[in-house]
Write a protein that binds this ligand. Structure first.
Ligand code: AMP
Ligand code: ZN
Length: 492
């Protein structure tokens, strides 16, 4: 099954296949580790995770590189303000970033290179650009890319850059969206700033040169796919193409994937608007990591996702239904044999699920057949028509759903506990929702003891006490479920 994926470069859906026939080589721009990641950042990382998981599910090996930007204008500014070296400043946010990726179930890329560990390679690339006439040095010792030397500039963003001023320069890492300028490859050292002594002078790399260098270092001069958020199309990715192709004269990446921005309550997320959320903010409000994952991936990557709390609540109940269904299948006892209608339903769900994902990773359409199967399965169990082979067939479909969506397997309690540790260590206990505090006030052992006491009370026909325990637990967010094979409980 071949994935048809929109390609920003060609403006159409193209087949995504490894050019070497073996391994798909892909690069996705990673985080700038100057603060905690927000849900917009994580939407992009999650959609790339959906891509890599789908490729693996369909038998395509991936070699995925994600850089860590550990030196840039913002990092230097913040580290200076905090009075610590940049490495000390970024270490904390890098650790937090990986904790957050783990919480959200984002798989680790095969390579995670740091910018500061690839300075010699970046310097070499600047030297090659200078030799090719595409880079020049200014009086202060900085190096710039000469846009006029690369006539194809603008081919990714399809911007008309005919009015661009030859020789106009920009040295900040991010610049206005509508003007093309010669951009900094290497910034001459300024007093007090982190810098490296190199053959092209003392200084530090520009942001764009980082990604060209590390992509080519790990994937070669030409590779299969480059991904990132839509804000990176221009100028970052346009600049990466210019820097790389000017020296290699080969297509840098054949396929470009861009994830649309996330809005919150219909507006751009911003601290001043009060609608800005890090992953940790949401965990402390009592939302589960699995719900956040599902909400962030359920809208296909090319559609704008309008993030709302209602959306999170919807995701929570969808996951609840999936988990309960799987629990019914694994805990129940079913007579041997197969029900042809259910066998057919499982086969159909699996085919529709894969077809939706192979159509430009349409996660919204991919969910639908899984829930159809869930309804059919639940109805069949209720009517005693689900047999052992049907259970196996349906569990296999759920496993393939979870290979990409990864929300049925329940790791939420542990992640919530870690978020509370973070709140305690960083003085944020006031931000923890009262419901979450209540649900954490009981240990698992205490709940087990109360559940056992309730079972005992019921045996002795002391229903008043049994109900009292059930209500007490419910108030603390613990739900008890009685089933044929015993009593189960879970935190809401
Ligand atoms: P940064 O750490 O700012 O370099 O961003 C890391 C990734 O998150 C990049 O791929 C960005 O394009 C992406 N990103 C930033 N803001 C948003 C947003 N609101 N929605 C989706 N992706 C975003
Ligand atoms: Zn990049």
């Amino acid at each position: 099954m071949t994935l048809r994926l929109f390609n920003t470069l060609t403006g159409q859906l193209d087949d995504l296949v490894p050019s070497d026939g073996k391994t798909l080589r892909m690069y996705a721009c990673g985080p700038t580790i100057y603060d905690y990641g927000h849900i917009g950042n994580f939407r992009t990382f999650l959609q790339v995770d959906v891509l890599r998981r789908f490729l693996k599910l369909t038998g395509v090996a991936v070699h995925h590189v994600m850089n860590i930007t550990d030196v840039d204008d913002k990092i230097i500014r913040n580290a200076t303000a905090a009075g610590v070296p940049i490495g000390e400043y970024t270490a904390r946010y890098e650790k937090a970033f990986f904790e957050d990726l783990d919480a959200l179930g984002v798989e680790r890329p095969e390579e995670i290179p740091h910018a500061t560990e690839h300075i010699p390679q970046m310097v070499k690339l600047v030297q090659r650009l200078a030799a090719a006439g595409a880079a020049y040095q200014t009086e202060d010792g900085s190096w710039y890319f000469r846009l006029a030397s690369f006539p194809e500039y603008g081919k990714l963003s399809k911007k008309d850059l005919s009015g661009m001023e030859d020789g106009a320069r920009v040295d900040v890492d991010e610049y206005e969206k509508d003007s093309a300028r010669d951009f900094a490859l290497w910034k001459a050292a300024k007093p007090g700033e982190t810098s490296w002594d190199t053959p092209i002078g003392r200084g530090r790399p520009g942001w764009h040169i980082e990604c060209s260098t590390m992509a080519m270092e790990y994937l070669g001069e030409s590779f299969d796919l480059h991904a990132g958020g839509e804000d990176l199309i221009f100028p970052h990715h346009e600049n990466e193409i210019a820097q790389s192709e000017s020296v290699t004269h080969k297509p840098f990446a054949r396929h470009w994937m861009h994830v649309r921005f996330l809005l919150v309550d219909g507006r751009k997320m911003s601290k001043s608007q009060g609608n800005f959320y890090t992953l940790r903010d949401l965990l402390l409000k009592g939302f589960k990591a699995s719900s956040i994952r599902l909400a962030l991936i359920s809208v296909p990557y090319r559609h704008q996702l309008n993030f709302t709390f209602e959306g999170l609540t919807e995701a929570t109940s969808a996951i609840e239904r999936l988990r309960t269904f799987k629990q019914r299948l694994t805990a129940g006892t079913f007579a041997p044999g197969a029900n042809p209608a259910l066998q057919e339903a499982a086969k159909k769900a699996q085919a529709e699920y894969l077809a939706a994902l192979s159509n430009d990773l349409n996660t919204a359409e991919a969910r639908a057949p899984i829930f159809d199967l869930l309804r059919a399965g639940n109805a069949a169990i209720d009517q005693g028509q689900l047999l052992a082979d049907d259970r196996d067939a349906i569990l296999a479909v759920l496993a393939s759903f979870d290979a990409v969506f990864d929300v049925i397997e329940d790791r939420d309690a542990e992640i919530t506990r870690r978020a509370l540790d973070y709140a305690e260590q960083s003085g944020r206990l006031d931000d923890v929702s009262p419901e979450l505090v209540a649900s954490q006030s009981l240990t698992d052992e205490a709940i087990d003891a109360l559940v056992a006491e309730r079972t005992q009370a019921k045996k002795q026909r002391n229903f008043a006490r049994a109900d009292q325990i059930r209500n007490e637990l419910a108030e603390k967010g613990v739900v008890i479920e009685d089933s044929k094979d015993g009593v189960h409980w879970k935190r809401k």
